[in-house]
Design a protein around this ligand. Sequence first.
Ligand code: AMP
Length: 319
Amino acid sequence: MNTLDAEKGRTLLVVGSVALDTVITPFGEGKDMLGGSAVYFALAASFYVPVQMVGVVGEDFPDSHVELLKSKGVDLEGLQRRKGNTFRWGGEYGYDLNQRDTLFTELNVFETFRPELPDAYRNTPCIFLGNIDPELQSLVLDQVGEPAFVAGDTMNFWIDLNPEKLMEVISRLDVLLLNDSEVRQMSGEPNMIKAARSLLERGARGLIVKKGEHGAMMLLPDECFFAPAYPLELVIDPTGAGDSFAGGFMGYLARCDVIGPSEIRTAVIHGSVVSSFCVEAFGVKRLAELTLEEIEGRAVEFKKMTMFDFHPAKGRRSD
Ligand code: AMP
């Protein structure tokens, strides 16, 4: 059980990429749209608590994007502006929206990024380490006091490149969020449950496995929970689904007084609901227009769809 001291304030810190994304899906395309793991996370979490963002952009980063983030209560004191171009990423999806091809990755100012936390961020109770070099994730944790709850994300690239450092960072997290193929890759185990258990044995304190349209699975040492994904008829652009899941998840937890298995379960539902909105439009468009009322309304529907009572069949053959 982690305790959150309300006196310290309800804030959430995120470090991650801030990008200009080009995305192609069967439903259209968008060029140089606002994106990046820290941005999707911050917009999603901003429905719950003020978010402090640590990242880097170049001179070409439009002021309108800065204004949008500020209008959602995102604190940008930790966002560095450097000489050069902003990180750019391009991705393309086919009709199977679970499959994505990376078209290009231009690191630009992100290549030499060193996260530097402003003093005001160093005692923030909840921290999310977006998908960046585990060396940098570790550098962030070295700059903070004793946070109440830390979660992090990673990707196949870092699992291949620096698995030792990654495991070291993971042992400092309360919860690691991964997608199913990353869990298999990290553990070398094809069965998902065994794979997730083996990561817990190797030092992860908690694990959330994101399975796209098949929902999410939470694994703690003594607790296992599955949540389906909200069934959507229209998915336009899946980019940012994982980061907005993390934003809803962490945003909910940052408002709790204590964080234990039951709060983490509810947080998984918040993550699922917020990310279900993210994918309904290109880039951050849907998140930017979203309201808390819409989130709560969909959460109630989600509960109705997934709740069931179990009754043994009457007149069973063994009776
Ligand atoms: P997701 O769809 O949740 O996996 O996140 C997509 C976001 O990740 C996009 O907005 C990209 O800008 C960002 N992204 C893609 N590749 C990288 C990378 N190598 N490092 C950091 N962020 C990235």
